[in-house]
Design a protein around this ligand. Structure first.
Ligand SMILES: [Zn+2]
Ligand SMILES: [Zn+2]
Length: 337
């Protein structure tokens, strides 16, 4: 192992990315002895690890979603705290993606590696903002790594939803949201925009909202959509997982108008395919500009790209004089976007 040859001590094996001098995996896609988890989305936080190190928020979300965060033991690390793990030091810093989401900062023999996990740079009232950490090697996500992806301002999208609500005041506005992150961010953005009415939730969304609230994120009045009177739901906002908006569940809503909050809504064909009347471009991932700007700001001379559209970003990295490498990690489909 040589500190300057990152691939000699940060390896990609059958379980995913592994830090040899630390003796742990980062977001492994199958069960391992020691895992450091960036955040609780299912493509990063799998069940069955013996030991898990993560933020307190991520551990709570893993417990709620997986039944337990680890078989043998968990260790919570707060943002900015440093911990010695094996021969390396580990620090978790905010990634701005969802509650508890962290970049993993690993230092070994004078070299610093930052593993971004999923991240975004735009404002999110439910999360501390992404913190830039200068490093030698930056391992970045690439979910929206094409120049065509530009997410724009989420507040403008929320204004569109509120305008539609005024215009079609008899229709239930059923908005597809991912259960962890997008749901709570959309609620918080609606509250910031002055929307004070109760927001109705599909049953699958309640648990994560409660965890956000338990960590001090205020979401205002939330009510279960199931059991609510039809009259009550006219002109109301109803949030549901993406899978529920197309099925019978949403047909029970009075004259449902379907919306979907996702970075993918930039691609109009996707919205049409799903039969979405009101696409809302709201993403919890960095867009092309944020990805390329962040890479430059870290000062890293080596960049590893994972988790999405590697090719374009890899080309960008190499054309700006940095060493680039595509990490083919399996099991990285976007659960959330
Ligand atoms: Zn994620
Ligand atoms: Zn992800």
């Amino acid at each position: 192992m040589h500190p300057e040859r990152f691939e000699s001590w940060l390896t990609v094996g059958t379980h995913g990315l592994y830090c040899r001098p630390g003796g742990f995996h980062i977001d492994p896609h199958s069960a391992v002895n020691r895992a450091v988890i960036t955040h609780a989305h299912s493509d990063h936080a799998r069940a069955g690890h013996d030991h898990v190190l993560a933020t307190r928020e991520t551990l709570a979300l893993m417990k709620a979603r997986l039944g337990s965060a680890a078989n043998l033991g968990t260790q919570a690390l707060g943002y900015g705290e440093t911990l010695q793990v094996g021969d390396v030091t580990v620090r978790l810093v905010p990634a701005g993606h969802v509650l508890g989401s962290a970049q993993v900062v690993i230092e070994w023999r004078g070299r610093r590696v930052v593993i971004s996990g999923d991240y975004k740079r735009s404002a999110d009232p439910t999360n501390p903002p992404f913190e830039l950490v200068p490093c030698d090697l930056f391992v970045t996500e690439a979910t929206f790594a094409l120049p065509v992806f530009s997410h724009g301002d989420a507040k403008g999208e929320v204004a569109k939803l509120l305008k539609s609500l005024k215009q079609f005041s008899e229709r239930a506005h059923v908005v597809g949201v991912y259960g962890l992150g997008k749901c709570q961010r959309l609620i918080a953005l609606l509250r910031e925009a002055g929307y004070a009415e109760p927001i109705y939730l599909h049953g699958a969304l309640a648990a994560c909202c409660q965890i956000y609230e338990s960590f001090g994120v205020e979401l205002g009045a939330l009510k279960p959509a199931t059991g609510a009177k039809r009259e009550e739901l006219k002109g109301a906002i109803v949030l549901a997982p993406p899978s529920a908006i197309a099925d019978r569940w949403s047909r029970r809503m009075p004259d449902a108008l379907t919306a979907f909050a996702s970075g993918w809504m930039r691609v109009r064909a996707r919205a049409r395919l799903r039969g979405i009347e009101l696409p809302l471009v709201i993403s919890d991932h960095a867009d092309w500009r944020e990805l390329t700007r962040t890479i430059a700001q870290t000062g890293a001379h080596e960049v590893w790209v994972t988790h999405g559209r590697e090719d374009a970003l890899l080309h960008h990295v190499q054309s700006t004089g940095r060493q680039g490498r595509a990490l083919a990690l399996i099991g990285r489909e976007d659960e959330e976007s």
